[in-house]
Design a protein around this ligand. Structure first.
Ligand SMILES: Cc1cc2nc3c(=O)[nH]c(=O)nc-3n(C[C@H](O)[C@H](O)[C@H](O)COP(=O)(O)OP(=O)(O)OC[C@H]3O[C@@H](n4cnc5c(N)ncnc54)[C@H](O)[C@@H]3O)c2cc1C
Length: 468
């Protein structure tokens, strides 16, 4: 690695999550001199936190949950080299025509069709390994999900997961991988494209938070801060914003770019997710074995704007979600091994907004409108049917929603009055600032976002290289 950070780089990347490494890998392979700045720490397979409390406090912004202004939804925003690809559940799905048609209508961007995006999904998928959980390794939580769907006549499907070898035959319990996969099976960017980019001379500096960018004729000045408050300035001919929805919005607002582009920070979506638990007489041990085998695949659910997932979480997460205090809460926690879990994930229609306060911190405003609440209620009713039909003694609903799929705030579009990024993945009106991460989503697709972020990033790097 070339150590001199004072040179003018071809590209600086803000953020080493999913999009940044996907684009950097292609640009480095093409011979560009790239610097990647990441606010979070860099871990290895051996150093990932081993329990949920450490994981939450070390791998996320603000030490874990960030609450919306009305405290009804808690947001989880990764802060680590690898970003969401380290902590996520690794579910990878392509968008359907419905999601793209809605994006095309809102943005005016004509490549948003399944046909036009398919080659970019192919390229993205060629960088990772995708598997399903083999039937013999589905745990009891998955069996209840499958049986309940069968009982009620709903369609489900095995989940496609970005993983290579979870060594389930050795009795491995995948829930630990939510703090980073110690087996190297999860196809996080440090295991895939980031590794390749580093082999191709990417310079990566962790624990530098970019606080301001200044675009000048011919280059971009990037001001970063280390955890002790030390400041440093970096320069590049081009900049790639890859800090995610809230990260990019916050940086652009603090850099006062909203004066030119008033939609920065608007159109924030998050697929609010609500977990419910079925308590059974027998032990379910949802935390053991393979993690998340199934998803709903029911046309009626999609039409009604929600999906169900066969999910679980560590005890620290579940203790926050379970209602009640003192003895009652304690009783629930004692029965944790008797819980199965299903979550409803809604395709939210009410856009939120990210602003910054006087200290430059992000303030999240996100409410669910009547339509979103009705989508949540329909999904929750079906979860109750599934648990009841499989013999649950009691059904317990989580007491607040979680926002994990943070999207929008710099939406892509043809019109700079209604969008922030143009169809060539450039900041409107800018020659050398690019973006293709979750922040460019024009609205909520209702489908897991990671694979589409990878596909858009592959498309963006081709577009950037073409324009050089
Ligand atoms: C617990 C959890 C489970 C999830 N499960 C799934 C799933 O199964 N399937 C799926 O498709 N999606 C899932 N997601 C969502 C998915 O991980 C995100 O949509 C995805 O990671 C977004 O990619 P990104 O490149 O836009 O940003 P991120 O992956 O969030 O990366 C952004 C990076 O930029 C850094 N950054 C931000 N601002 C700055 C700054 N100013 N200076 C320096 N660095 C900065 C951040 O620290 C972060 O590391 C999950 C998310 C979470 C939290």
């Amino acid at each position: 690695m070339k150590k001199d950070l004072s040179r003018v780089f071809d590209f600086i990347f803000v953020g080493a999550g999913i999009s940044g490494p996907f684009i950097a890998n292609d640009l480095c392979q093409a011979g560009c001199d790239c610097l990647m700045l990441e606010a979070g720490k860099q871990f290895t397979r051996k150093t990932y936190p081993t329990n949920g409390l450490d994981g939450t406090s070390q791998l996320y912004w603000s030490g874990g949950l960030e609450l919306g202004h009305d405290c009804k939804i808690a947001f989880l925003r990764p802060k680590v080299v690898g970003g969401g690809s380290i902590v996520n559940q690794a579910l990878v799905d392509r968008f359907d025509e419905d999601a793209f048609a809605s994006w095309k209508a809102v943005s005016g961007v004509d490549f948003f069709t399944v046909k036009d995006m398919d080659p970019w999904y192919d390229k993205a998928e060629s960088e990772i390994c995708i598997q399903e959980i083999p039937a013999e390794f589905r745990n009891k939580n998955a069996q209840i999900f499958e049986q309940g769907f069968k009982n009620k006549g709903y369609q489900n499907a095995p989940l496609r997961r970005a993983q290579s070898n979870c060594r389930l035959e050795e009795g491995n319990c995948c829930i630990e991988c939510l703090n980073g996969c110690r087996l190297g099976s999860k196809q996080s960017t440090p295991e895939t494209v980031l590794k390749k980019a580093l082999e191709n001379d990417l310079t990566l500096v962790s624990q530098i938070e970019v606080v301001r960018i200044i675009e000048r004729a011919g280059d971009v000045k990037v001001i970063g801060k280390d955890p002790k408050g030390g400041m440093a300035t970096f320069r590049a001919r081009n900049l790639v914003l890859a800090g995610g929805a809230i990260g990019n919005a916050r940086l652009l607002l603090n850099s006062k770019l909203d004066k030119k582009l008033p939609r920065i920070g608007h159109d924030f979506y998050c697929h609010p997710q609500f977990m419910s638990f079925g308590r059974y007489d027998e032990k379910i041990n949802s935390h053991l074995g393979a993690f998340q085998a199934f998803k709903s695949d029911d046309k009626g659910f999609r039409k009604n704007g929600f999906k169900l997932e066969n999910v679980y979480a560590g005890p620290e997460g579940i203790s926050l979600l379970i209602p009640g205090f003192g003895k009652k809460h304690h009783e629930y926690m004692e029965k944790l091994s008797h819980f199965a879990c299903i979550e409803v994930c809604t395709r939210d229609t009410a856009p939120g907004q990210i602003r910054v306060n006087r200290k430059g911190k992000a303030v999240i405003k996100k409410v669910q409108n009547a339509q979103d609440l009705s989508r949540q209620a329909k999904g929750t009713k079906i979860i109750e049917e599934i648990f009841s039909s499989t013999g649950a003694r009691e059904i317990v609903h989580g007491q607040f929603g979680i926002g994990l799929h943070l999207m929008g705030c710099c939406p892509i579009g043809t019109d700079s009055k209604t969008s922030v990024i143009d169809p060539e993945f450039r900041l409107h009106g800018s020659k050398n600032i690019f973006c293709a991460d979750s922040s460019i989503f024009p609205n909520a697709p209702g489908i897991n976002p990671s694979l589409t972020i990878m596909a858009l990033s592959k498309k963006a790097s081709a577009s950037i290289l073409r324009s050089r």
